[in-house]
Design a protein around this ligand. Structure first.
Ligand code: 1OR
Ligand code: 1OR
Length: 376
């Protein structure tokens, strides 16, 4: 056989691209049977070129929320009441826990400035309009605490909701320490939001300062917006496998932090090389992930409902590794900004990193694969 370079087999670009996409789909989906998968993949490609993404959305009925996996050891207090507060069919519109008056606690300029600083990062307040926010600020009152004070006792009825200005607070469920707030955060919203007894005990470890809001005001101003938001993102957050590592309660906090963004067909969501400001979960539609190659871009992946993207740059602290576009119609995304990402997804970092290793291996495998094709 001649080794004359003019007779070397050239791998056409189109073949490279089709095989690349097929290989990525195969590696990502890891189907049990390569041939069945390939037949299905190429049939679909022929019938409808862009429609290659997986649309596997199981468990989307409202009943199936949050069967916590065995390792999460749900506390007894939860199982005696409900599996998930999300699962409750509760209609805040029908709630009549309202006597018409909103408390106003006058504040000095100094107090108001401190309060504004304390509530700056309160996710529950995110979707409030300016007027509602002012009502919230008026209605909050200061409470000084001493070490050892019980602010909330598990099983009690809910009276107030608290935002922390300072101090360390320990959270116990059935006398077991489950988390700690240090100088920031909020607690006491669950009993007021879902009309149920306190889910946990909260005790001050140090002296501290809290801003409190009474039940009526909380329910009048915050109930609808907060409840709607948690409900709205419930299905999405339950469908993302990576988030299974979180407790129900943490997923609810995540729901408070999300912001919905929509993009039209063809619109760019992320640009390769840009600095990262957050990550996205796909609520509806499909996105195309593309990488720069020479003067053009090649599609390396399509992602659909329940999948996420934009996490890589946040975990690696590097620029965006690829561009991402809306494709095939309107795409609805839930955006999590970088600050909330670091605060709320800490426990998922390992899983995120595992996913990211897969990109790297995939890239190495594919490079080796194409090098070998090129040298046939
Ligand atoms: P609450 O009104 O029920 C106790 O009163 C508060 O403790 C509760 O609202 C929350 O604000 C706060 N699970 C439930 N409540 C918690 C949790 C929590 N952490 C803080 N609170 N978990 C901890 C998650 C890291 C889940 C444990 C399974
Ligand atoms: P990001 O923050 O870097 C672009 O912004 C996003 O595209 C990235 O996070 C990932 O979420 C997503 N390699 C790199 N990024 C990818 C890939 C990918 N797929 C999706 N993204 N590969 C494809 C793996 C199926 C490796 C290609 C060789």
């Amino acid at each position: 056989m001649s080794t004359d370079s003019s007779r070397r087999i050239q791998v056409p670009d189109e073949l490279k691209e089709v095989l690349l996409q097929f290989s990525i789909s195969y590696l990502v989906e890891q189907p049990p049977d390569l041939i069945d998968f390939a037949a299905d993949y190429f049939n679909k490609l022929q019938a409808n070129r862009p429609a290659t993404g997986s649309t596997d959305n199981t468990a989307d009925d409202n009943q199936s929320v949050n069967s916590q996996e065995g390792d999460a050891e749900p506390p007894a207090v939860q199982s005696t009441r409900r599996k998930s507060v999300f699962a409750e069919a509760y209609d805040p519109e029908a709630d009549d826990d309202d006597d018409g008056a909103t408390a106003v606690f006058p504040k000095t300029d100094e107090q108001r400035a401190r309060l504004i600083e304390s509530v700056k990062n309160v996710l529950l307040f995110r979707s409030l309009e300016k007027e509602q926010m002012n009502q919230v600020l008026d209605a909050m009152f200061e409470r000084k605490v001493q070490p050892g004070d019980f602010i909330i006792r598990q099983g009690d009825d809910g009276d107030n909701f608290y935002v922390i200005e300072s101090g360390i607070y320990k959270v116990y469920i059935n006398d077991k320490h489950i988390s700690t707030y240090t100088h920031t955060g909020l607690f006491g919203e669950l009993a007021l939001l879902y009309n149920m007894p306190r889910a946990a005990t909260v005790q001050a470890e140090t002296v501290g300062l809290l801003w409190a809001m009474d039940r009526q005001t909380f329910r009048r101003i915050l109930l609808k917006s907060a409840f709607k938001k948690r409900k709205m993102y419930e299905e999405l957050l339950n469908s993302v496998p990576m988030l299974k590592a979180l407790q129900n309660y943490e997923r609810m906090n995540l729901a408070d932090a999300l912001v919905t963004k929509t993009y039209e067909d063809g619109e760019r969501i992320i640009k390769q090389g840009d600095a990262a400001d957050g990550m996205y979960f796909i609520e509806e539609g499909t996105v195309s992930v593309r990488m720069d190659q020479d003067d053009s871009e090649i599609e390396i992946s399509q992602l659909g409902k329940g999948q996420y993207f934009g996490e890589l740059a946040l975990v690696t602290h590097r620029p965006r590794a690829a561009s991402v576009y809306a494709t095939g119609g309107t795409v609805k995304l839930a955006f999590l900004d970088v600050v909330c990402f670091e605060r709320l997804l800490g426990r998922c970092i390992n899983l995120l990193q595992r996913g990211i290793c897969d990109y790297r291996y995939l890239e190495l495998d594919l490079r080796a694969y194409f090098d070998s094709l090129q040298s046939i």
